[in-house]
Design a protein around this ligand. Sequence first.
Ligand SMILES: [Zn+2]
Length: 144
Amino acid sequence: MTCIFCSIARGETHSYIIYEDELNMVFLDIYPVSKGHLLVIPREHYESIHDTPYKLLARTWFLSSILGRIYRVEFDAPGVNIVTNSGGAAGQVIFHFHVHVIPRWGRYGGFWSGRHRLTEDEAREVIDMWRDKTGIIIDALNNI
Ligand SMILES: [Zn+2]
């Protein structure tokens, strides 16, 4: 059985990458809820929070929080959701642990409302937004 996120982590499936290092990758959700909807994954395959080793779990959540904080502080997003779905009963669809980082730019309209197919233009815009933020991410990761 092939895992789409493992394939993305290996570089075999295209994704719009925002950030990556030896442990994690951050790329755009192709069905974003809002502009800038990110997915944070460990490169290694684990199903969800229940089987991801603690250190990797902590690092993935910390990285997700850094990204959420950058949306709040650097991009002035009025809100951000940082969430994972663990198990089919919770709405998990891709069984490779991932955290959603969803900036909220306006009035709250229901959790998954606004979901649409990512366009090339939108992807380019978000990549441009994040282009000079890598230093902030690395500084934060090195400060824990
Ligand atoms: Zn996988």
